[in-house]
Design a binder for this molecule. Structure first.
Ligand SMILES: Cc1cc2nc3c(=O)[nH]c(=O)nc-3n(C[C@H](O)[C@H](O)[C@H](O)COP(=O)(O)OP(=O)(O)OC[C@H]3O[C@@H](n4cnc5c(N)ncnc54)[C@H](O)[C@@H]3O)c2cc1C
Ligand SMILES: *[C@@H]1O[C@H](CO)[C@@H](O)[C@H](O)[C@H]1NC(C)=O
Ligand SMILES: *[C@@H]1O[C@H](CO)[C@@H](O)[C@H](O)[C@H]1NC(C)=O
Ligand SMILES: *[C@@H]1O[C@H](CO)[C@@H](O)[C@H](O)[C@H]1NC(C)=O
Length: 544
């Protein structure tokens, strides 16, 4: 019944394709979501014989959005990720695109000669350290020695949750018109409705492991403490096995996608207004998109479909009457300072209360809360925005680098913090005076030779929630960033882009795909997902 319906609709679309040429689709924003939308739209449309004409608008002069690369010392041969830096093999859209485009993949960390000790610092002491130069089993042994079965239980919970999430990639869960409905059907609202802390407590993962290890992950990945982030993001933060990146920059994946889509690419073009064409009936276009280019020239163009592939609240786009049938809620985002710099120095043992010359000074320091902090990280020691006594989320030695003019060997560092890094902090961290200007032009061999601070609205503050902004927000109008409150990664934005692409091609063919799974086939096969015992719940109850 379903098959014949699809066939029938396929025939109608063929007929339609002969009568209506080139449905015009505007994709606004060329980050992971918009590039993936354009790429998959081209593929789905070609496969179904639907004629689409895609225009991809991007306000900056590059593709990638929050996936962006800068260069140490401003030297093109020394790229370093400023934004999204890692993805993993289960991120199939990115992983497959990488291999399809022949992009060079490298491990995100570990195999580098700067690898050393990883420490988890609470502002008073290291609660855990791990030697990345030692073998994997030795570190595993340490973990088990310190935390008993907690790592095993946490891993089970993470696996069960991720397996559930991966259902979103396939029929009958893909495509989806409502993320809220799918989250419910997959029992993932059970996960998103709780804090990471509650979820791990209920799953019998000891407090110590949650506090030391999982919280260090949620802080470095999402700048959030475990009691202030929903459990789905907490599980995602725990799942970096096989962490990789594209040599030369992850943005290349999205650049390739955008170009492979054959879209008319409009860089340096900011969308300012989106209005409905009054009284438009098919086949005429529904939307007027107003843009301003690099020279300040304003243009108006008509489109049938529009995809908003950006966090709407920061886009500056004004919408006219009747455009948004569903208002797009404002979401609180984390304001994250990412600071990159180079220095020949390593961290001062004294800063971490270690003896001078100690071999135990980590090269990468993740953080957790101290005993003086409350769950918010706002205790007596009160670090900004939940950072607690440590005052920062992480400081990492990324790799050894060579200064291009002095040829001095140095280290490339990255700091994640809720507030701007100060010279006073760096002076303490390295145990030498760092000037107020950070870099020092008066001396030939400055302590800090290159300094690059940046501030992002990095990702939502993922407090527990059970509803998510759906991808359809108007008639032929789609939105991708709702998924960021569910999980914020390059892959999930790309998945939402792919989902929206599928919906557009189905909508153009008059197909009503992407509805509730329970209503569609729950009766037929006699077991709806609601009846299936949730492996997530079982794992949470310690039964797996
Ligand atoms: C510091 C940091 C670290 C991160 N680490 C990781 C990580 O390791 N792994 C991971 O998977 N994810 C990571 N993320 C999250 C990841 O970057 C995002 O989830 C993802 O890139 C979001 O993609 P997007 O396309 O939805 O949005 P964006 O990347 O924000 O893209 C939106 C695009 O729209 C454009 N735009 C905005 N307004 C307009 C307008 N009016 N007209 C035209 N264009 C407009 C913007 O310029 C931008 O290019 C990190 C994010 C940050 C900030
Ligand atoms: C897309 O549509 C625009 C506007 O109608 C047109 O100028 C352009 O040639 C079309 N592109 C393709 C590839 O058909
Ligand atoms: C965009 O603007 C930048 C700087 O303003 C310029 O260097 C670049 O060539 C422009 N790119 C395009 C495609 O217009
Ligand atoms: C990725 O590639 C594998 C192997 O070809 C395929 O089985 C899988 O469906 C692809 N995944 C996605 C999301 O395209």
């Amino acid at each position: 019944m379903k098959l014949s319906y699809r066939l029938f609709a396929g025939v109608t679309s063929l007929l339609l394709a002969f009568t209506v040429h080139g449905h015009r689709v505007a994709v606004i924003g060329a980050g992971a979501a918009g590039s993936s939308t354009a790429y998959h739209l081209r593929q789905f449309a070609n496969a179904d014989g639907v004629d689409v004409n895609i225009t991809l608008f991007e306000k900056t002069n590059r593709i990638g959005g929050r996936t962006l690369t800068t260069h140490a010392y401003g030297d093109a041969s020394q790229p370093v990720e400023l934004g999204a830096s890692i993805f993993v093999p289960i991120n199939e859209i990115l992983w497959n695109a990488t291999s399809n485009f022949g992009l060079p993949l490298q491990p995100a960390a570990g195999n580098d000669d700067a690898a050393g000790l990883l420490g988890i610092w609470d502002g008073d002491r290291f609660v855990y350290t791990q030697d990345d130069r030692s073998s994997g089993w030795w570190n595993l042994l340490r973990l088990v020695w310190t935390y008993g079965t907690a790592p095993y239980r946490a891993n089970k919970l993470m696996q069960a949750t991720i397996q559930r999430f991966l259902e979103l990639y396939k029929a009958p869960y893909f495509p989806f018109r409502s993320l809220t409905t799918r989250a419910y059907e997959l029992e993932l609202t059970y996960v998103t409705s709780q804090t990471g802390q509650q979820f791990l407590d209920a799953g019998g993962v000891g407090v110590r492991f949650s506090h030391d290890i999982v919280q260090a992950s949620t802080r470095v990945n999402y700048a959030s403490n475990l009691a202030r982030i929903h459990a789905l993001d907490a599980m995602v933060a725990l799942a970096p096995s096989g962490a990789s990146q594209i040599r030369g920059g992850n943005w290349q994946i999205f650049d390739r996608m955008a170009r492979a889509s054959g879209a008319d690419l409009r860089l340096n073009t900011t969308i300012t207004h989106l209005d409905k064409v009054p009284g438009s009936e098919p086949p005429s276009n529904k939307y007027v998109v107003k843009s301003t280019d690099a020279f300040g020239v304003e243009t108006e163009e008509d489109f049938d479909n529009v995809v908003l592939a950006l966090p709407f609240q920061y886009s500056g786009i004004e919408t006219g009457d009747g455009v948004l049938q569903d208002a797009i809620d404002e979401i609180p985002y984390v304001r994250l300072h990412v600071t990159l710099f180079t220095s020949p120095l390593t961290f001062d043992a004294a800063y971490f209360q270690l003896a001078p010359g100690s071999k135990a000074v980590p090269t990468t320091v993740l953080t957790t809360l101290s005993d003086d902090d409350d769950d918010d990280g706002q205790g007596s020691s009160g670090g900004a925005d939940g950072s607690g006594k440590a005052g920062f989320f992480s400081v990492s030695t990324l790799r050894r680098v060579i200064h291009p003019s002095t040829l001095r060997e140095e280290y490339l560092y990255k700091i994640f913090s809720p507030e701007a890094v100060t010279p006073a902090f760096l002076s303490e961290l390295f145990g030498v005076k760092v000037p107020d200007t950070f870099t020092d032009k008066t001396t030939e061999l400055p302590v800090i030779s290159w300094y690059y601070p940046h501030v992002f609205h990095s990702y939502p503050k993922a407090l527990p929630r059970v509803t998510f902004q759906d991808p359809v927000v108007g008639d032929g109008l789609y939105y991708t960033s709702g998924i960021e409150s569910f999980i914020s990664t390059m892959e999930t934005s790309a998945l939402m882009g792919k989902n929206v692409a599928r919906l557009i091609v189905d909508d153009l063919q008059g197909l009503t795909t992407g509805g509730a799974v329970l209503a569609e086939n729950g009766e037929e096969d006699g077991k709806s997902t609601a009846v299936v015992e949730s492996d997530v719940k079982q794992a949470a109850a310690g039964e797996l």
